[in-house]
Design a protein. Sequence first.
Length: 829
Amino acid sequence: MESPELVEGDGILDSYVSVSAPTAFVPMANGETASENLGFSMLDDLDSYWEDINDRLIVSRLVTESVIKGMVTAVEQEAADRIAAVKQEAADGIAAKELELTNLKAFVRFQNLDIDEIRSMNYDGSIQSLKSDSELSKVGGVSQGNESENWNDVNTTLDERQWEKDIQDKLKTMVLRSSIQTSVEDFEQRVWSENAWYLDSQRVHLKEKFSRISDIRIELDAILKSFPHTETGQLASQGSNDTDHFHRKSLSSSITSLSLWNENGKLEGSRTDIPETYEAASFSHLDREGLVGHFNNIITQMRRDHESTVQQLTEEFFSLKREYLKERGSSSAHKKDKEFDALRKRISEVVLKLDDFLTENENPPSSGVDARDLNSFKNRLDSLLSENHRLRDSVMAKKEEVKFLTNQLAISAEEKLQHSLIEANMVKTIEGLNSDLVVAHVENALVHDVYKCTLTDVIRCVKCDKEESDLKMSLMQDIYDVILSGTALNADIDSESGVEDSDMEQLIVQETFEIIFREALKDAEENMKQLYGEYLVETENRKAVEMNLLEIENKLASEVEDKERLKQEIAEFLKTLEEKEKSVIDLSSKLTNERKRLEIVSEELNKSRKKSSEQEILVCQITEELEEVKGQLKESLLQIDEDRVNIKKLNEELNQTLQDLKDANEQRKMAVALSQEKQTRFLLFESKENELRKQMETVVSEFQGMFSGFESKVAGKIQAINSRFENSVSQLSPLFKKAKLLKKSGRMYQQRLERKSADLQMAEAEVDLLGDEVDKLLSLLEKIYISLDHYSPVLQHYPGVSQLIFCYLRFVFACSTPLWLCIVFLDYI
């Protein structure tokens, strides 16, 4: 006797149970134990499989982190090596330039020493030494002009070298920046490609695992359906069989149509609150991702409702079955049914867990979301990197501006020192000129007084000599008159030859006196002419010194006007500095806005990190990079604050320097003009640099040729500078020759003076000897005169003896004494 049992509900009929006789359970005992062992082994395999997946994910994360760290360290090491090499090249270039500067300074010092030696030559003595001094002053003026020209050439060459060095440094920084940027981009691209490859491989692997899990779920479902449902009595065959069409959802996201056939053959749908039709207007505000998410939520809600209804139906079915079995009283079948019910419940729970796992880890939507999240993260990272680069460029520009301002301050300080030194030198030169003027006036007065004294002495000596000569002439005439009268009275025997000799001697004496007086007058006239010429030279020198003083006063007046102009230019420079401070303040406000934007972006990233649980590894890496970017931005902000403080300090120092720069001269104007030219060059270079940045992708291949051309230009400029130095050396060579000639002429003049002084000393010695001889002869003459005076009355009576004595004395005096003394003595005799 058989009776069918129909089970109706709001959901789907779980199974169709046919209850047969108790004899039907005998061949199924071994199958029950096998199915129980199979279920437990499947559950154990599933747990171990899940643990294996987790372990592999952890290992893959550690491997990717180690690979990324190694690549980052390699890139950092390569960049550090490049930077160290560039720094070494820059240090070598600076050392070479410093050596060139030291050589130039040594060369200029050598020139200055030669010029100082030429200036320090002083010749004392005569009019020729004064002429040589004037020539040396002219040579000194020419050398000073050449020295100033050489200094100007050296300054221009140094400015050109500095400008070229700045260009080289900027080009090197651009090349390094581009190389580092390309290496970083390559590294990022490689990391993204490796991550994408790894994610694709993981997706494929997970798809395979999920497919295996879905196969296991299908097998479990088949096993669950294969379990027979028996009852203790035969069921009546008065109704029709109920069919159960229960299909679970697979990995491909297909939704099964759930239906229930009642006893009358009518189809009833599951009771849910989900509408059967949807209006397009209600979803117009959603995009594609929003629609997909909305319908996924609806599908999961339907699945949960369906599972809850199925669970309720199974519980009702088993409760009815228990009641039925109690009524029939079959204990053995009841035990077996309990075992089957427990196994069925466990298998159904496992199937539900597998369905939940598969629904939560469906591949197509998750992979799309992951790709979109990765793309969005990548775009955000690119935008953050671009903003970071832009902020770094702005910070570098501000650093360059601050560096330029510091250089200008240093240049102004150096110029101030130079101007102070120049002013001190000018004051010293003015004081020296004033002292020279006073000395010149004193020397002029002394020379005038000396000339007057010498002239008065010479005139006095000439007058004295004239008076003495007149007295001598008068005495000689008296003596001659006395002698002639005495001889006429006492010596009538004298012959005509004696009278003629006395007349001749008198004429000779007169001629000798005339010659002596003429020579004395000529010497006096020559001395007067020399003194008058020296007086004229001194007056001309004094006039030249006065003209130099007038020129210096005119220069000082022009320098005062230039200082007033410099004051106006400094006020304009202060206005430009204020404008730059305003621009720095605007930039700081922009940086604060960017910081706020970065904070907002970081919050969004934190939200996205909470949502994406499966992408924790990538999100951790992205957050670390963002934190590094934040730290760099904070460092840049701190650097900007420090730059502000430095700018304030520099402004204070600039105000102090402006107070001290009130006494600058004309060279400051030239320095400001040069600084403006450099600034214009710098602005032009910045514009060119912007153009080069835009064209850097196309110009990288041509950079080597440009660099070689630049090297050739630098070599040409160096050759031009060397040619300038050679020209300066060739221009200074005639000055060296002139200096050597002047040295030789000075030595010749010195030798002549030494010879003249030696001749004069010899002449003085001879004059001293002659004076001694004259003294001896005069003493002898006095003795002879005394003896003749003593024997004159005797000799008057013996004329022959007097004639013999006269002849002897005449012979003796002719050999040893001067002629006029002999004549005077003989006439006296």
